[in-house]
Design a protein around this ligand. Structure first.
Ligand code: AMP
Length: 505
């Protein structure tokens, strides 16, 4: 089944409902959106010679035509290759070459970079250009009838280490992920609106399908990105907004609302994930905005869908293990199995740390043209996430860190997250990332990079805070203050980059 059949279905059931908005302005209803997508698909097929299974890349910041491009590619049976628009032309060139994309859709501001990257004569289409508009008004084609195992989405992992790999997500994966939204994240009503403030090339873009299925609105902010003031304003004007946000975005949105005296009442749901949410930040967010939060844990290889921490669980403040639960990433989504295993893939006892393994309908088919990496990551039929965590007796998973981020100092394992949680208790610490630095005596030492809210805090005060919460050997040996932490386009802290830039070599 072609995932774009969800669009066709909604166009039949709710043709007049507003579908696509730019800011608060309605651009198209469902009938128009489906007609444009089907015409753009015909253009790809006939004018750009895109056959079913061919790859078509999108290299664009968020914009209303992003959704059109995404669905036009699905509609004609091709494979969407979403590319992080913050990548350099050279990195884009790598993705184009590796995926063998024949056509590249880009936004006007990225046109030059896109041209530079197209070494193999790829056709470049500019979203929203006169050519695009003309194509959107052309003769539509019938929806391509895809098979469940056909690849629909080729997502290049963020590549914070090594070369990115293309994760092959099939039609079945995308459909399962969509259904998992309803079972474990949230219900969607007709009047709801999904707002795309996080990059559509990543998780936010994947949340369109659930909203499409229910005939809800899709809102692309005019800024094309995350601007807390703009979002708060949109929420007030449009209402019933659902936002997918990295924890750092939630942090900034809440800080804005606190400054502006707002409570974010126009938001219906905020789904957060993609990185650790610190307990202090979450408490503050719930104090300011009320109970609108749901957490998801996923990765490109099992998109948006490994575990979820439901609204009800976050609300159950009188539960005896509430504090532990809100620090967890919740329980396995209904459509997947999650276990925690040792290096030989044997289950570890409840409460003990191991690697998180996942099996189920959302797990990728493999890496594009990388049979060895595929066999290694999917060995034994389980996705090896590279994340370290533990399961409690009720099935709640608590993540520690990526295995590669664990600091080994004097032979002891130190999980950065644990130290970060403590440092964030200080009211003048706004953001923090803890890393290991090479050390002749200890192997590695713990170093904290911090962003201040106001004046930096003296080392002695932070030392005292750490000593009152965690073992002495976990206390950072150095505190380094930065104006901001380096992050990738998805809001993830680039630990290696930070170490490279700010640590003495
Ligand atoms: P990506 O494949 O770029 O989406 O990155 C996925 C990785 O982000 C996961 O393997 C985790 O390490 C991390 N991650 C995703 N969701 C969460 C979460 N809710 N809490 C902590 N880390 C997360």
């Amino acid at each position: 089944m072609n995932i774009s059949s969800l669009l066709r279905r909604s166009a039949q059931l709710f043709p007049d409902r507003p579908a696509l908005l730019h800011g608060a302005r309605v651009l198209h209803d469902y009938r128009q959106l489906a007609a444009r997508v089907a015409a753009l698909a015909a253009f790809l097929r006939e004018r750009c010679a895109v056959a079913p299974g061919d790859r078509v890349a999108i290299y664009s910041a968020n914009g209303p035509q992003y959704l059109e491009a995404q669905h036009a590619i699905h509609w004609c049976g091709a494979v969407t290759v979403p590319v992080n628009y913050k990548l350099h032309a050279r990195e884009l060139a790598y993705v184009l070459q590796d995926s063998g994309a024949r056509v590249l859709c880009t936004s006007p501001t990225l046109h030059d970079a896109a041209r530079q990257a197209c070494a193999a004569g790829e056709r470049v289409l500019v979203l929203g250009s006169a050519e695009w508009e003309q194509a959107a008004h052309g003769t539509p084609m019938a929806l391509h009838d895809a098979a469940p195992e056909d690849v629909a989405w080729l997502f290049y992992t963020s590549g914070t280490t090594g070369r990115p790999k293309g994760v092959m997500l099939t039609q079945r994966n995308l459909l399962a992920m969509t259904m998992a939204y309803f079972t474990d994240v949230d219900e969607v009503a007709a009047g709801d609106a999904m707002v795309y403030a996080a990059p559509m090339s990543h998780g936010a873009g994947l949340y369109n399908y659930a909203h499409l299925l229910r005939g809800a609105r899709h809102v692309v902010p005019e800024s094309g990105g995350f601007d807390p003031a703009e979002l708060a304003d949109l929420a007030a004007r449009i209402g019933h907004l659902t936002l997918f946000a990295a924890p750092t975005m939630v942090h900034r949105l809440v800080a804005h609302l606190q400054r502006a005296g707002g409570d974010g009442s126009g938001f219906k749901t905020i789904v957060y994930g993609g990185g650790p949410m610190y307990v202090e930040d979450l408490r503050r967010a719930m104090d300011v905005m009320g109970q609108k939060f749901v957490q998801i844990y996923g990765q490109g290889e099992s998109p948006m869908t490994i575990t979820a921490l439901a609204r009800e669980q976050l609300m159950a403040t009188d539960h005896p293990r509430w504090t532990d639960r809100i620090a967890s990433v919740g329980v396995a989504h209904a459509c997947v199995q999650v276990r925690v295993a040792d290096a030989e893939d044997r289950d570890v006892p409840t409460g003990e740390l191991g690697e998180v393994l996942v099996r189920g309908e959302t797990v990728m088919a493999g890496y594009w043209n990388k049979p060895e990496a595929t066999a290694q990551t999917l060995r034994g039929g389980w996705l090896h996430t590279g994340d370290i965590g533990s399961l409690d007796a009720d099935g709640f998973l608590t993540l520690r860190d990526r295995s590669k981020d664990v600091i080994i100092s004097g032979g002891s394992n130190i999980y950065p997250r644990e130290v970060e949680e403590v440092l964030l208790l200080h009211p003048r610490v706004s953001e923090v990332a803890v890393v290991g630095e090479r050390d002749a005596d200890w192997g590695e030492i713990v170093v904290a990079f911090l962003v201040a809210e106001g004046e930096p805090v003296p080392d002695a005060e932070l030392d005292a805070l750490c000593l009152s919460h965690i073992a002495r050997f976990k206390r950072p040996k150095h505190y380094r203050w930065l104006p901001s932490l380096p992050k990738n386009a998805y809001g993830k802290v680039l630990r290696r980059e930070m170490k490279r830039l700010h640590s003495p070599s």
